[in-house]
Each structure stands twice: as C-alpha cells, then as structure tokens.
Design a protein. Structure first.
Length: 164
C-alpha cells in the first residue's frame, strides 16, 4: 500500500488544523484574513455556526461527527459554513462575527447565546438586519439527549427550506 492510497476522514483532518487550508487574500469587504476570527470551513454559503467550547479548539470527534451528520441532512458540508468557537475569542461579539463572515444565516449552539438576544427563545427562527438567527441546544446536550434533536430538526427544515 502506498501513501497515495490512504484515505483520511475530512473531519479528522479539520480537527488537526485550526485555520482553513486554503489561503485567502481577504474578506468580501477587503479586510485581510488575519483580522477574522479563527474558523473552520470555507463559508461558501455564508452560514455561520457558533459554539462555545473552552475544552477544545472546536469540537471533539463525536460532536464533530454529529455536526457533520446535521449538515449532511441539510444538504450542506463544512465547505458551506464557517464554524467559530467563541470560547477562544478575546471579544466575543455575535454582530461583529455576522459582519465579518457576511452571514445570511446563523446557528448558535447553546441557549447561553440567548443573552445576546433579549426576548428570543430557543429553537425559534428570527430575522435581524437581513440575517436569520437560530439558537438551539449545545451539540453536547443533543448528543447526550437524542430528544433535543427533534425540535431542532423541525426548525432546521424551515430554516433551510427542506422538504418534509
């Protein structure tokens, strides 16, 4: 067997790198990538996924697999999104991240994110300034309690206009 025949899981590779592998010249507004928050993905669909995980750079492998399965069910891949771990940001600001990534849709994993949005509820979609937002349970909680995935999946179908 040669090295050319080895297949590596793309999500395993993603955990090895905390920056995209493709060099970027700048953001849409011309700012260099170095000014952007660290993220995984290529953000081709301008979908921002926010987590808060102080123990990992992003997600442990089982949670990364859960996220991958959720993305696949929505006909998306890591290429379509930007995954940001807000636990490692000096100044965690949701609105600044939405602007930096030109996000049209934002999913915030953890009801602690509701503190940024007064009067909003978990698993409900709302729009602000042309961007749709959705706060749901953490991936840890969904992995531990499969019942939490049901209301999230129901709202994801609406969020991404998926067939019933």
């Amino acid at each position: 067997m040669t090295l050319k025949a080895i297949e590596l899981d793309p999500f395993l590779l993603a955990t090895l790198y905390d920056q995209p592998l493709i060099a970027r010249k700048g953001n849409e507004d011309g700012r260099p990538v170095s000014e952007l928050a660290p993220f995984l993905g290529n953000n081709t669909q301008h979908i921002l996924l926010l987590i808060h995980n102080p123990q990992e750079a992003y997600l442990a492998e089982p949670l990364f697999r859960l996220l991958s399965n959720l993305l696949n069910a929505c006909k998306l891949t890591l290429d379509d999104v930007a995954l940001v771990n807000m636990a490692h940001l000096a100044q965690p600001d949701v609105n600044a991240l939405v602007s930096q990534f030109g996000a049209h849709k934002v999913i915030l994993f953890g009801d602690h994110f509701l503190r940024f949005f007064t009067g909003r509820k978990k698993n409900n979609v709302w729009e602000e300034s042309g961007c749709q937002f959705l706060v749901t349970d953490t991936l840890d909680d969904m992995d531990a309690d499969k019942q939490l995935k049901i209301p999230f999946w129901n709202v994801l179908r609406v969020f991404f206009h998926l067939g019933q």
